[in-house]
Design a protein around this ligand. Structure first.
Ligand code: DOR
Ligand code: ZN
Length: 349
């Protein structure tokens, strides 16, 4: 299979930042995707509906400036210990798609995140009642737990008890990185408990943790949750290319200026937005499953979120392209994953 035409995809997990950099960033995503679900971990975080709506206007304006008037930003709220059930009611009315749980200290701009999920009980109950999905960064943060084990520990210590406590709550386990998470999601009981789905990034499908240390430390492969062993990459590939409707595309593309990645304490995040669908095509083609790409990239996400699938199509063909060394991001440069390397697939047109 050297060419595939699929329903135009959506990105169900994206970091766009804010301000002058928005047109530069949004254009990469809007070139390939009709919609993107935008994460709320700005500084300060997007904790209120009013903030989310004004952030959305700035993104839409940036998309117009960048020449993509049809691009649609879908919004999320940032859950804190203080989020009120009444904010969830407002969010539902305003069309906010989900509320993001960042355990405090888990990742970039998570300082305002949740310190103790028990403090959010009435708010999460309201989410379950109103069918507002909870999107989770699924890692525990205790310093005694090894960084490579944090996702698996989260399933047992946080996710399973949470779903039992709120049996109607619908959950998206974001950017899963382990076999344990893939198995948990594909086998989860959704008869007695709420639906669960997971997003998977292109980088976790293409790389194992060796990529971070190949011949020296490679900061552009560092993200959170961190890349894992090969057996986990294989499990993610099997899940993404399976017939399950519970897995869908979320790039977690996370732009950081080059000097902040190539730093003594480099930021977490891989920038994949510019070649996202081509990177996924490469991963799916590597196991001869390109025909499964459309479900994962274009159908399963809208199905979970109760939205129509996109009307237009895109064609991806086996034509090599060279990934640029960097892209402009306002006054700074941003280095994409795989900078300078060649990629086997390209979008036609
Ligand atoms: O690597 C990451 N970068 N993981 C996250 O969870 C956040 C993201 C970011 O915002 O930079
Ligand atoms: Zn993210």
């Amino acid at each position: 299979m050297n060419k595939i035409t699929i329903t135009r995809p959506d990105d169900w997990h994206l970091h766009l930042r804010d301000g002058d950099v928005l047109p530069d960033l949004v254009s990469h995503t809007a070139r390939q995707f009709t919609r993107a679900l935008v994460m709320p971990n700005l500084r300060p975080p997007v904790t209120q509906v009013a903030q989310a709506l004004s952030y959305r206007s700035r993104i839409q304006e940036a998309a117009i400036t960048a020449g993509y008037p049809d691009f649609q930003a879908l919004m999320t709220l940032y859950l804190t210990d203080m989020t009120l059930p009444s904010e969830i009611e407002k969010a539902k009315e305003a069309g906010i798609m989900g509320v993001k749980l960042y355990p405090a200290g888990a990742t970039t701009n998570s300082d305002a995140g949740v310190t103790d999920l028990n403090k959010c009980d009435s708010t999460i109950a309201k989410m379950a009642e109103l069918d507002m999905p909870l999107l989770v960064h699924g890692e525990v943060t205790h310093s005694v737990i090894d960084i490579f084990d944090r996702e698996a520990a989260f399933i047992e210590q946080v996710l399973e008890p949470l779903r039992k406590k709120h049996p109607k709550l619908r959950v998206v386990f974001e950017h899963i990185t382990t076999k344990q998470a893939a198995d948990y999601v594909s086998q989860a009981n959704t008869k007695d408990y709420g639906e669960i789905a997971a997003t998977i990034t292109a980088h976790h499908l293409l790389y194992n943790r060796n990529a971070i240390f190949m011949g020296g430390i490679r900061p552009h492969y560092y993200c959170l949750p961190v890349l894992k062993r090969e057996e986990h990459r294989q499990a993610l590939l099997a899940a993404a290319t399976s017939d399950s409707t519970r897995f869908f595309l979320g790039t977690d593309s996370a732009p950081h200026a080059q000097h902040l990645k190539e730093h003594a304490c480099g930021c977490a995040g891989c920038f994949t937005a510019a070649q996202a669908i081509e990177l996924y095509a490469q991963a799916f083609a590597s196991v001869g499953k390109l025909q499964q790409l459309e479900k994962f990239a274009s159908l399963n996400g809208p199905h979970f979120y109760g939205l129509p699938v996109n009307q237009s199509m895109i064609t991806i063909e086996k034509i090599p392209q060279k990934i640029p060394l960097s892209y402009p991001m306002g006054q700074d440069l941003i280095v994409p994953l795989n900078a300078g390397e060649s990629l086997e697939w390209s979008i036609l047109g």
